[in-house]
Design a binder for this molecule. Structure first.
Ligand SMILES: NC(=O)c1ccc[n+]([C@@H]2O[C@H](COP(=O)([O-])OP(=O)(O)OC[C@H]3O[C@@H](n4cnc5c(N)ncnc54)[C@H](O)[C@@H]3O)[C@@H](O)[C@H]2O)c1
Length: 364
């Protein structure tokens, strides 16, 4: 199949994971990269033997099919729209945008212009979460009834070199790590319909720990603890907590409980992990992977979209999925501040599982 040519905008921390994994998919060819800071782009270009260009040069390059947007969350919607306006398909890092309204603008523009939008996380295409999906689809736990989704930590400021944005609008535990959990839940259970929630903030100020900024005070402008229940369209009710206010806990990242058993789902911010199932009164049993891609394969979502471009088939990490996940995440704050159940306006298709017999490097 003819390769799909890729440009990457945003050459920060996460970009190496993309540059490295993209080489493993035969359909992808990353040809250039850009960043607000040209020196950053040049360094990545040299390391990965591609071209460093300005954003404008990339947008004007007719050979580029998909732009992978690895900028910071606040810039996602603006950069994605620019790419779409230039006629490019876009695959964006999570979250799609920092508000539902901004995210919807991106999706509506793409639809009107017959362009594709994809979005991270693509970790649910990994062997760990695909194995959990197969267990559910094959009926091992019966009909899913409920579950838990627990991301809790003490926040990134003890080690992160630039932690301020985590405590400003667009940051926080829900928009930072929530996308992995919410997307994994949609992958396992389908779309959701409503939410009840509360939010909290344990500290008005955080103290940075990284050497260069040690002791710097960071004002906390947003909630740092989100707790609530998501009700899915299939009837399952999942208790979710996303928090930067917790030192330690003993919960599995995600558990799903059905009429016939339960599943322990591994960390959705990864591609592999240990899957366990309990059927009826039997003990918990470890489950081997039913699917490949259990290492860091960030860019697998873009590769899946590349097949969609070449063959017209559906892809999985769609903009609609990301917009629905964004509405769920931002819906926690809306439910909490109104004191009412938040009814979701958006929906999406549950992404199809990957085939079990894939050859490494291929997705069809
Ligand atoms: N760092 C991680 O471990 C990690 C993991 C998973 C996902 N992510 C996600 O990846 C994205 C990027 O994270 P990061 O850690 O690489 O951030 P980063 O701050 O290290 O890098 C972002 C880069 O984007 C550039 N940039 C910002 N705005 C731009 C614009 N308008 N045009 C062009 N370039 C622009 C910056 O100059 C910077 O080099 C975020 O959405 C984050 O949530 C990060």
């Amino acid at each position: 199949m003819e390769k799909v040519k890729i440009g990457v905008i945003g050459c920060g921390n996460i970009s190496n994971a993309y540059f490295t994994a993209a080489k493993k998919f035969s359909i992808l060819e990353v040809i250039s990269c850009a960043d607000l800071n040209m020196e950053t782009a040049k360094a990545k270009a040299e390391e990965h033997k591609i071209k460093a260009v300005t954003v404008e040069q990339m947008l004007a390059d007719p050979s580029i099919d998909i732009i992978i947007n690895l900028t910071i969350p606040k810039a996602h919607a603006e950069v994605s729209l620019k790419c779409l306006e230039a006629g490019k398909h876009v695959h964006c890092e999570k979250p799609l945008a920092v508000t539902y309204e901004e995210g919807k603008k991106v999706i509506d523009f793409a639809k009107a212009n017959k362009l594709l939008v994809g979005c991270a996380p693509d970790t649910f295409l990994g062997g760990g979460l695909q194995t959990c999906r197969k267990l559910i689809d094959d009926g091992w736990i019966g009909r899913p009834l409920s579950g838990t989704s627990m991301f809790m930590g003490r926040g990134p400021e003890p080690w992160h070199p630039n932690p301020t944005f985590f405590y400003q609008h667009g940051g926080g535990p829900m928009l930072d790590l929530g996308p992995y959990y919410v997307t994994a839940l949609i992958h396992l259970l389908g779309p959701a319909k409503r939410i009840i929630a509360f939010t909290g903030k344990a500290f008005n100020e955080r103290v940075a720990g990284a050497e260069a900024i040690r002791g710097m005070k960071i004002p906390v402008e947003i909630p740092t603890h989100y707790t609530g229940v998501i009700e899915f369209c299939n009837g399952a009710q999942v208790n979710m907590v996303a928090s930067f206010d917790v030192y330690g806990h003993g919960h599995t990242p995600i558990e799903i409980y059905g009429t016939n058993g339960s599943i322990k789902v591994p960390d959705p911010n990864g591609f592999g992990g240990q899957v366990q199932v309990k059927v009826g009164n039997n003990d918990w049993a470890d489950v081997g992977f039913t699917h490949i891609y259990t290492d860091n394969m960030r860019s697998i979502g873009a590769a899946d979209m590349a097949y969609a471009i070449r063959t017209g088939r559906k892809y999985r990490c769609t903009g609609e999925l990301a917009l629905h996940a964004l509405e769920i995440m931002t819906g926690f704050e809306k439910a909490a501040s109104s004191g009412k159940i938040y009814e979701l306006q958006s929906t999406c298709e549950q992404p199809a599982p990957l085939p079990m017999d894939l050859i490494p490097g291929l997705l069809d």
